[in-house]
Design a protein around this ligand. Structure first.
Ligand code: CU
Ligand code: ZN
Length: 212
C-alpha cells in the first residue's frame, strides 16, 4: 500500500510529460552519458573548475583556543593566502602548513595527514628557495594581541581545477611550535593547535588588500 501512491504519481507525471508539447526538437531525452564519479581527493564538481578563490576557517584543536580565517586567491600564477590566526600566545612563533587531507575530525587533527607533498619533495623552507613540500609555508608570528596576520605568496599551487596542486579539499594546520625547516618530514613543529579545511569560495576575500 505504501508504494501505490508513489506509483500513481510516477504514472501521472509520465503521462503529463508525454502530453506536454516538447520545447526542444529532440524527440527523446538524452541519456546521461557522464562517466561515473572517480574517487579523487577533490570533488569533480564543475562549479569548482571555475573557483578562483577558496577559504578556510580554522578551529581549535583541543582546548588551544586558536582559530583563524584564511582566503586563498590566485594572483599572477601563484596562490596568495591572507588572513589571520587568533588566540595565540603573544609574540609566539608557529609553523603553518597545508596538509594532505581536509579532515579535522580527529581529536589531535591527525586526520589531516602529513604535509601536502604531491612532488614527493623533502620538507624545507619555501622562502629560501630550497626543496620543500608544496604545503610548506613560513612560520607565523603572533603580535602582542596573540594575532598572527597571514600574507604569503605560494608558488606552485593552484586554487580549483582538481589537479594535483589544487589546494581545495586540503587541510591547513597551525602547530604549537616553530618549524625548523630542517627536521624531516615535519620541521619538528610540535602538536597541532588549529585545523581547517580549504573550501571553494565564490565570495570576495574577507580581508582584501587596499584597493590600488
Ligand atoms: Cu603541519
Ligand atoms: Zn613540510
Amino acid at each position: 500500500m505504501t508504494i501505490r501512491p508513489a506509483l500513481f504519481l510516477f504514472a501521472a507525471a509520465a503521462a503529463m510529460s508525454a502530453c506536454t508539447p516538447a520545447e526542444a526538437p529532440a524527440p527523446m531525452a538524452p541519456m546521461d552519458t557522464s562517466p561515473p564519479a572517480a574517487v579523487e581527493p577533490v570533488p569533480a564538481d564543475p562549479a569548482l573548475q571555475l573557483a578562483l578563490s577558496a577559504r578556510a576557517s580554522l578551529m581549535p584543536v583541543g582546548d588551544s583556543g586558536v582559530g583563524g580565517e584564511l582566503v586563498f586567491a590566485v594572483e599572477n600564477g601563484a596562490v596568495h593566502v591572507t588572513g589571520a590566526f587568533t588566540g595565540l600566545k603573544p609574540g609566539s612563533t608557529h609553523a603553518f602548513h597545508i596538509h594532505e587531507f581536509g579532515n579535522c575530525t580527529a581529536a589531535d587533527a591527525s586526520s589531516a595527514g602529513g604535509h601536502f607533498n604531491p612532488a614527493a619533495a623533502a620538507h624545507g623552507n619555501r622562502a629560501t628557495g630550497g626543496e620543500h613540500h608544496a604545503g610548506d609555508i613560513p612560520n607565523q608570528v603572533a603580535d602582542s594581541d596573540g594575532v598572527a596576520a597571514v600574507d604569503q605568496r605560494l608558488e606552485g599551487l593552484q586554487v580549483g581545477g582538481g589537479g594535483e596542486l589544487d589546494v581545495i579539499g586540503r587541510g591547513v594546520i597551525v602547530h604549537a611550535d616553530a618549524d625548523d625547516y630542517t627536521t624531516q618530514p615535519t620541521g619538528n613543529a610540535g602538536g597541532r593547535i588549529a585545523c581547517g579545511v580549504i573550501e571553494a569560495s565564490t565570495m570576495a576575500p574577507v580581508s582584501p588588500e587596499p584597493a590600488q
